[in-house]
Design a protein around this ligand. Structure first.
Ligand code: TXA
Ligand code: MG
Length: 299
């Protein structure tokens, strides 16, 4: 882990496993290093990055927490929750990493390798998902290597990502808003901070949510109840399918399989990918959000 921390200190990039998806990591305070991330991903510079920290104490050095934000961090960190908060220290997270915003996104990841690197490095580390911009996030080491491995000086193999979907993003500013659904569900957040405000007005605050995203090469058709010529099926529950997100209908298993199976379905160069209906409740909100984006239906 020391060599990965040394790479970050030297301004190089590290391929980093987290419990959600693989990330492409850099020193948050080094604009040259952060620029390499945008370059490697082909990511538009108006889309800000998440700063990863070891714990709440590390987060409080870069962001301002009120009682609601602290309650969420204490309940879900380390884990798949990102908080968008007022910036406390502009020097710790460079302008480019924040896309010039006066807010900063922070998360303490749970994966032991991510935690070890953050402990060894000792400061905030920005890491977007390690895919090239617009492609499905990598949830396996070899997928991450295929996407942006060439840009990393050190690549850490942490096995398959247990969650398989990017973190839930919640802004805690004037009100609390859900900017991106994820493994921490809307109900779990509302249980701690009350009803969430509508996210629509916040689109400009989560710039990365504007474009169609997570798309494989083949066109994706969702809520599919039949199979059309040339299509490959990704099933759910008893819908069948050689690829099935979860034959037993378990949403956690489905989330962990989603991006992996979109990649696998794509590999045979089908005319299209048909995905069986997945329930919208709980974790299903995040799964359906990613599927809608993969299908080019933002929403
Ligand atoms: O699970 C995850 O969050 C993974 C792993 C690697 O930690 N990372 C990840 O990063 O998904 P990325 O860059 O692919 O997605 C970050 C999202 C984008 O939609 C971005 O627009 C939003 O967070 N974001 C970052 N900073 C923000 C800010 N200050 N205000 C609003 N949205 C922000
Ligand atoms: Mg991403």
């Amino acid at each position: 882990m020391e060599s990965a921390a040394a790479a970050l200190r030297g301004g190089a990039l590290v391929l980093l496993p987290t419990e959600t998806v693989y990330g492409l990591a850099a020193d948050a305070g080094n604009p040259q290093a952060v620029a390499q991330i945008f370059e490697a991903k082909g990511r538009p510079r108006f889309n800000p990055l998440i700063s990863h920290v070891y714990d709440l104490a590390g987060a409080e050095r870069i962001a301002r927490f009120d009682a609601r934000a602290r309650r969420l961090a204490e309940a879900f960190w380390p884990g798949p929750l990102t908080l968008v908060l007022p910036l406390a220290d502009p020097a710790a997270v460079c302008d480019l990493a924040r896309a010039g915003l006066e807010t900063v996104a922070v998360r303490a990841p749970a994966h032991p390798m991510a935690r070890a690197l953050l402990a060894a490095f000792g400061g905030p580390v920005v890491a977007p998902s390690a895919n090239r911009s617009g492609r499905p996030s990598p949830t396996r080491f070899r997928d991450a290597m295929d996407e942006t491995g060439a840009a990393a000086a050190v690549a850490l193999d942490g096995g398959d990502c247990a969650v398989g979907l990017e973190s839930t993003v919640v802004s805690v500013l004037d009100s609390v808003r859900l900017l991106r659904p994820g493994a921490v569900t809307r109900a779990e957040i509302e249980a701690l901070v009350g009803p969430l405000a509508e996210a629509e007005a916040d689109v400009k605050r989560s710039p990365g949510r504007l474009a169609a995203h997570y798309a494989p090469e083949a066109p994706v058709r969702i809520e599919a109840r039949d199979l059309r010529p040339g299509e490959v099926l990704i099933g759910f529950g008893d819908s069948g399918g050689a690829l099935n997100l979860s034959p037993s209908g378990d949403l956690r298993e489905a989330a962990a399989n989603l991006f992996k199976m979109l990649r696998e379905a794509d590999r045979s160069r089908p005319a299209g990918i048909a995905v069986a209906p997945v329930p919208h409740e709980g974790l299903g909100e995040a799964i359906n959000d990613r599927l809608a984006r993969a299908a080019g239906k933002v929403g």
